[in-house]
Design a protein around this ligand. Sequence first.
Ligand code: G6P
Length: 498
Amino acid sequence: MTSSNTEDYDFLVLSNRLPVDRVVAADGSASWQHSPGGLVTALEPVMRAADGAWVGWAGQADLHVEPFESDGIQIVPVALSADEVENYYEGFSNDTLWPLYHDVIAPPSYHREWWESYVKVNRRFAEAAVAIAAEGAIVWVQDYQLQLVPRMLREARPDLTIGFFNHIPFPPYGIFSQLPWRTQIIEGVLGADVIGFQRVADAANFSRAVRRLLGFVTKNPYIEVPETIGGEQSRRVLAKSFPISIDSRSFEQLAREPAVQARAQEIREGLGNPKTIMLGVDRLDYTKGIGHRLKAYGELLTEGRIQVEDVTLVQVANPSRERVQAYMQLRDEIELTVGRINGDFATMSHTAISYHHHGYPREEMVALYLAADVMLVTALRDGMNLVAKEYVATRFDESGVLVLSEFTGASDELKRSLRINPHDIEGLKDAIVRAIDMPREEQTRRMRSMRKRVFVNDVERWSLDFLTALRSSRELPAELAEDPLGELEWTVDRVRRP
Ligand code: G6P
């Protein structure tokens, strides 16, 4: 703590969703559960070392909660009314920006009242941060729900160092330009000192939008931003790719636990010990290409290229954004298709598709990854896709085949996967058959190379790279320049030591 005011923090993370979930027990008592996401794991050491706080929404409407501590992290909740959940979160974030940024796979809706709510809620997040940020603090804003926050912060507090990371794709200008508020969004993001994207192409799309809409000079990876955008002086903003990752070691550790391996065995037996188990794990979202995957699998069964006794598909579909129309419709479509395929092909002893509309704890997910001979990631567009990396991290015996859509950020790194275009159903079917038949030596060669990548570029590396870029983007007060990130490096180094 650098200030005598106990509510001043040197490092703030802002994200729409907090890294904790509120769980209500049968007796009505509420508690907070740490959600085990990669972002939390990556930022925990920084949070502890740098006296940090996490600002975000607790996931329920009209929940007013005072700041509290959870597992050593200071949590600062931002409340949203039921109207704001509908307009800012379900509306503008998930029915305007989400489909627009994912190649308009579903048609985005444009509503002025949603936009107004988005501005209002972004302002609330910015104000919450301004109120608790120490002089010269680092503020790291996460994702598309909060794109206006960087500029709002800069206008209120030029002393802050501001980072922004976009976890989802940034679309080509021809698509982005549909957005009625495209200029405000770009100007909002440009309030940051460092803007991070998943892929090189996302950063290029953003820079192009800046040139087209604002005419600023861009010299890759920099954008020259005049003082008109929330500043007292012109600035040079860094906009580049920082591909996010997972805490690879903790996935492998879980995979090596005897109880998890026993569970994987149990899963295989429960499915009737088929020769091949294929697995899909996704939020139930139209960007994930679940329908394309089911179509390919159904056709392979119809054509007799695979037999239901030999190959089972396990599909985990995490419930998501269930009040948004496009998601309700998708669920109906997927469940109809699953029912049809099972009705046509399942026997008394073998299911074709074992379908689960649930989220599972990490242990169970790792057991599923271990049980799966083939992992199917067929997203039509995906910022990164961490499931692909999780599968690779758990396969410590170097077996297993990853079928991976080229429209995911992960495919830039996991080049030894079987890369597919999910729109090309014949190509997808061929890749699935190739994966099922792949000799063990080839699996090993591919998996070994992908595992190297996932273990070197883990989520600690990601946060360290981003924060280092952020630190060098501005001249920081001496004690900040040395302290928190230096400690983080030390922590990471210690974790890495065998
Ligand atoms: C994506 C987004 C995140 C979001 C998550 C879950 O990964 O990039 O910002 O939190 O989906 O979606 P939800 O709407 O439930 O927060």
